[in-house]
Design a protein around this ligand. Structure first.
Ligand code: AMP
Ligand code: GLY
Length: 429
C-alpha cells in the first residue's frame, strides 16, 4: 500500500520512517518533505501543499491513508476536505483542532468539563487586560488566542513584561489576528511533560510518555524555541500519574468533545505541568504529535504502525496494542545559526552517519539539491540515540552529534538532565 504524510519537519520524517517499516507499505509520500525524506529509498517527496491538490494526488495514486503532521493544515480543515471526498485520513477536523487553534476555546472547554488547568480570563480590550494584570500581579502568563508558530506565549516574570506583552498583542497587533484576543492565566510551577495519545472519536490509545526541552540553552535558559530535544519515556510520568492523567484530563476531553458534537480524532497532545506534589494540570492541548517528541517516540515504537493508524481511522482503536522498545530514546536537535530569531539558511551539512540499531538522525530544516545537503530551517536535524539508561542514550547521541557539522550549528548538551537527576535523587533518597 501507499501512504501519505503531510508536513516537512523532523516529526514528519520520523512518522514516515516508522510507517515505511511495514512490510505491506510500498512507499510513503511526504508532502512536501525535506532533505532527509528525499534520501530515504522508501520515502518520496511530493511538492504539493494545497489540500485540494493533495486530495487529487491521493485519488490519482491510490494512496490508502494520510497522516497529518503539523497543526496548520488541520486548523485549515484538511481532514474535513479529505473526508468529504471519501479519503482516509488521520487527524482532527477543523472544529476539533480548535483545542489547539484557539486557546480561549481550549480554556473554556476545560472549565466546562472540570479539566485541571490554570485559572484564566480572556480579553480583547487592552485596558481591561492591563487592569487584570495589575490586580493579579506577576509572574503571570499571556497567550495569544490563535496559532502563532510558537511565538504566542509570554511567561512574564515582571508586570512590566506582562503589560508589554498585552500591548504588543492587543494594541500593536504584532501577532495579527492570532493576538487579537488574549488569554491571561495563572503562572504554574512544576515540571513539564508531554502526554500524547491517539483518538478515534471514542477510544484512546496512549503513546509512550516524553519530555521536551523548550529553551534554547543548557539548564533551561535562553529564549523559548519549538523544542531543542526530547526523550522517552519520561520517568516523571509514573504509572500512577499516567492513570490520573487519563482519568482527569484525556478521557474527559475526548468524552467532552463527543458530548459537544465535535468528535475528536487524531493525535491529541496534552502539555502537562506537574507540581511538586505530583498533581498534573493542562498547560495546553495540541491537536498533533509533538516535535521533537515524535522522534524518540517513533524510535521506540515496535510493530506495524500503519495497522494502528488504520484501526484509528476505522474507529476500532480499542483493538490496537502498542509495543515499546524498553530502552530510553533521546533526541537532540541541531539548530541553525541564529535560531530561533531568524535562522540562517544555506549552510552546507557534513555527511550524516548511517542509521544503526542505536542511533538514527531525522531531518527537519534540510534541503537536498544536486546531491548536496544544506540547512533550510531553524531546527535542522534531530539525532536520536537508544540505550538502556538515559546516560547511555546521551552518550550514544552525543557521539553521533560529534560526527555532524554545519556552520553555526547549535545544540543543547544536557538533554535528559531531569531524568538523570531524578535517578540520582531516587538512589540517594
Ligand atoms: P505553550 O505554547 O502553551 O506550550 O507554552 C509555551 C511554554 O510556556 C510552555 O511549554 C511552558 O513552559 C510555558 N507556560 C505556558 N503556560 C504556562 C503557565 N500557565 N505557567 C507556567 N508556564 C507556562
Ligand atoms: N515540542 C512541543 C510541541 O510540539 O508543541
Amino acid at each position: 500500500m501507499k501512504l501519505l504524510v503531510v508536513g516537512s519537519g523532523g516529526r514528519e520524517h520520523a512518522l514516515a520512517w516508522k510507517l515505511a517499516q511495514s512490510p505491506r507499505v510500498q512507499i510513503v509520500y511526504v508532502a512536501p518533505g525535506n532533505g532527509g525524506t528525499a534520501q530515504d529509498e522508501r520515502l518520496r517527496n511530493i511538492d504539493i501543499t494545497d489540500p485540494a491538490a493533495l486530495a487529487d494526488f491521493v485519488e490519482r495514486e491510490n494512496v490508502s491513508l494520510t497522516v497529518v503532521g503539523p497543526e496548520a493544515p488541520l486548523a485549515a480543515g484538511i481532514v474535513n476536505l479529505f473526508r468529504s471526498r471519501g479519503l482516509k485520513i488521520f487527524g482532527p477536523t477543523k472544529e476539533a483542532a480548535q483545542l489547539e487553534s484557539s486557546k480561549d476555546f481550549a480554556k473554556a472547554f476545560m472549565k466546562r468539563h472540570q479539566i485541571p488547568t490554570a485559572e484564566y480570563e480572556t480579553f480583547t480590550d487592552a485596558a481591561a487586560a492591563h487592569a487584570y494584570l495589575d490586580a493579579k500581579g506577576a509572574p503571570i502568563v499571556i497567550k495569544a488566542d490563535g496559532l502563532a508558530a510558537g511565538k504566542g506565549v509570554v511567561v512574564a516574570t515582571t508586570l512590566d513584561e506582562a503589560h508589554a506583552a498585552v500591548d504588543s498583542m492587543l494594541a500593536d497587533n504584532k501577532l495579527g489576528d492570532a493576538g487579537a484576543r488574549v488569554v491571561i492565566e495563572e503562572f504554574l510551577e512544576g515540571e513539564e511533560a508531554s502526554f500524547i495519545v491517539m483518538v478515534d472519536g471514542k477510544h484512546v490509545l496512549a503513546l509512550a510518555s516524553s519530555q521536551d526541552h523548550k529553551r534554547l540553552l543548557d539548564g533551561d535558559r535562553g529564549p523559548n524555541t519549538g523544542g531543542m530535544g526530547a526523550y522517552s519515556p519520561a520517568p516523571i510520568v509514573t504509572p500512577q500519574l499516567h492513570a490520573r492523567v487519563m482519568r482527569e484530563i484525556i478521557l474527559p476531553t475526548v468524552r467532552g468533545m463527543e458530548g459537544e458534537g465535535i468528535r475528536y480524532t487524531g493525535f491529541l497532545y496534552a502539555g502537562l505541568m506537574i507540581d511538586a506534589q505530583g498533581n498534573p494540570k493542562t498547560l495546553e492541548f495540541n491537536c498533533r504529535m509533538g516535535d521533537p517528541e515524535t522522534q524518540p517516540i517513533m524510535a521506540r515504537l515496535k510493530g506495524d504502525f500503519s495497522k494502528v493508524v488504520e484501526l484509528a481511522i476505522a474507529g476500532t482503536l480499542d483493538s490496537a496494542v502498542l509495543e515499546w522498545d524498553r530502552r530510553t530514546a533521546l533526541g537532540v536537535v541541531l539548530a541553525a545559526h541564529n535560531y530561533p530569531e531568524t535562522p540562517r539558511r544555506g549552510d552546507r551539512i557534513s555527511d550524516i552517519p548511517a542509521e544503526t540499531d542505536t542511533a538514527v538522525t531525522f531531518h527537519a530544516g534540510t534541503t537536498l539539491a544536486d546531491g548536496k545537503l544544506t540547512t533550510s530551517g531553524g531546527r535542522v536535524l534531530c539525532v536520536v540515540g537508544l540505550s538502556d539508561s538515559v546516560r547511555g542514550a546521551q552518550s550514544v547521541v552525543y557521539d553521533t552529534v560529534n560526527q555532524i557539522s554545519f556552520d553555526g550549528m547549535q545544540y543543547r548538551r544536557d538533554i535528559g538532565y531531569r531524568a538523570v537527576n531524578r535517578k540520582q535523587n531516587d538512589r540517594h533518597g
